[in-house]
Design a protein around this ligand. Sequence first.
Ligand code: AKG
Ligand code: FE2
Length: 227
Amino acid sequence: MEMSKIIQKVQTDGYCVIENFLGERDLKLMQELTRNYTLEKGNNLGKYAIGYKSLIIKLIKLEFRKIYYTFLLKKFANKFDFRDTSNKILQCNTELVNIDTYFNNVSSEPVLDWHCDLSNKSSIKVKKIINPEMVSIKYFFYLTNVYTNNGCLSYIPGSHIIVKELGRLVFSREIDYEYYWSLKALTALIKRSDIRKKLEKKLNNEVIEKFLINSDKILIEKKKQYF
Ligand SMILES: O=C(O)CCC(=O)C(=O)O
Ligand SMILES: [Fe+2]
């Protein structure tokens, strides 16, 4: 897939799927890493030494292997110029802030509940609201075959646009912060007439409607919705 098409797709849809991206060597390297750290999502042990603080902690703990693997993963990221792609997608200067690995068995059940990463859930604990311009791009690499019904990340089209505007409203104090990490809470918030009106001022109504139809399908009809 051409780079300009990838960039455009992420900007409009919020995601882009590229099949069979990893070559044999990179796949082997990542399989070796996850074998060493067979962890569940959310465990800090699956994270690599990005940034000086993390590097120092790993040096103190004598985790030289982890540091070496960080170096290899950074080399991998440089090879494909992910930074440049992110810069172009977000139209600003981006930097690598995290590399996270995790493992789970093949399953047709959801691995993680539907959620919204940019919901201020953790930052609010330190009384901070994240500037919604500080968005991020995530690159996911699957190490075994995944399909839409067994482990692949699911994504509701247009949610990146809605969540960013919601984040802007909270950040500019046009609305009070409320929990919206879960899809249920996020959907309820978007349906609230005062918030909906504020969202409609900046967003195309079609985007909001499409999101609500899809989230209702997931929440009410309990449909396993594949996009
Ligand atoms: O691995 C996934 O499918 C989702 C992970 C996720 O929610 C995240 O990285 O924020
Ligand atoms: Fe997430």
